[in-house]
Design a protein around this ligand. Sequence first.
Ligand SMILES: Cc1cc2nc3c(=O)[nH]c(=O)nc-3n(C[C@H](O)[C@H](O)[C@H](O)COP(=O)(O)OP(=O)(O)OC[C@H]3O[C@@H](n4cnc5c(N)ncnc54)[C@H](O)[C@@H]3O)c2cc1C
Length: 384
Amino acid sequence: MKNSDVVRGTAAIAAEVAAKHAADVDKVSRFPIETFEALRKAKLLATAVPKEYGGQGAGMLELGHQCAALAQGCGSSGMVLAMHHIQVACIARHGAGTPYFDAYMREHLVERQEVVASITSENGTFGDTRSSICAVEIHGDQMELVKDATTVSYGQHADAQLVTCRRTADSPASDQVMVLFEKDQYTLEQNGVWDTMGMRGTCSPGGKFSGKGAAVQVLPGLYADSSAQTMVPYSHILWAALWTGIASDALGKAREFVRAEARKKPGTVPDKAVRLAKAMVELQAMRHNWESCAIEFDELAGDKSALEGMAWALRMNQLKTYASETAPKLVHEALQIIGIMAYKNDSKFSVGRQYRDTLSAALMVSNDRIASKSASMLLVFKDD
Ligand SMILES: Cc1cc2nc3c(=O)[nH]c(=O)nc-3n(C[C@H](O)[C@H](O)[C@H](O)COP(=O)(O)OP(=O)(O)OC[C@H]3O[C@@H](n4cnc5c(N)ncnc54)[C@H](O)[C@@H]3O)c2cc1C
């Protein structure tokens, strides 16, 4: 999988385009336009679309490697690509077989290589993606939706928005659906700016969303199902993969630094090499963790009951919390190994951006929120 055309093509763009612009993207908090233009040209944005619709039909393992490869050049770019794939996977896995979504995949995702963003968070639901205040209103064959979103990544740069909301105005908060809006069907009035510690290139300020479209743009089925079967596994596995990519980028700099030290005193092993060796053990564990979840997902992909089961939910929660806590620790190790040259922002060994980017991982769906859900499950879950 690491050597597939998709991953090799993306790794080349990471090295030649994303890495070149990453410092500026971070500095001025701007969307990585050059990287996404290069991915669009190379037709690497529809990799999650099944082959029968013209996409590459990549499974989770290949998508994970693609996101990790891009994140090694620019963490924000890796995150945007992962978020796009998550939305595309929801469309492909829950919309396929309906005329609107079949045509959308062929024309918008494959032919035009469009980018899809998501609005799950909402003012008033406090980070709980499984509840909504807003509701889609259906009038005959038309529908409309208004949502007050707290965070919308690349909202102004996306070609479409996949939005969660209540199924009807009378539905309880957790009775949700997802609705797709194309670019000319909505407005997104930005609230404030996205001036954050890290992941600055994701350009994710809040905004007031207002859209109108055809009723067939409501994704079939309930969000309760698409969340468990698709949104959560794609999010946690692809995020873990790209966080691994960022940690690997930082430790790659540490490796380069230690090798340069070794060359100054041939025949000796620098003291810092021992710290590097220990960090590489953790990096390997981190990589194996997401890869094994991805392999298992690719085997289970059509097994709805397994993906909705407690064992899988716990596995996803554990992967997310482990990867989000390990990534900044590994960047911290790179900082200790390299020292002042990693602390300086103008050095080629700087890991400031990688450090700040990985600090978002534990917040992006709060680890405390996830731990409290796991804690409740563990009270009743019987391991087999
Ligand atoms: C880089 C980035 C990009 C994002 N992009 C998007 C996007 O494109 N679309 C989108 O919809 N959202 C996006 N988000 C938002 C994200 O998905 C989360 O919804 C948001 O980060 C959670 O916000 P919060 O910390 O206020 O949430 P909360 O989960 O409410 O957490 C607030 C506080 O409460 C604590 N807490 C919460 N639950 C518990 C509990 N059960 N036990 C103990 N403590 C608890 C937490 O530790 C935290 O301190 C993005 C976030 C980031 C960082």
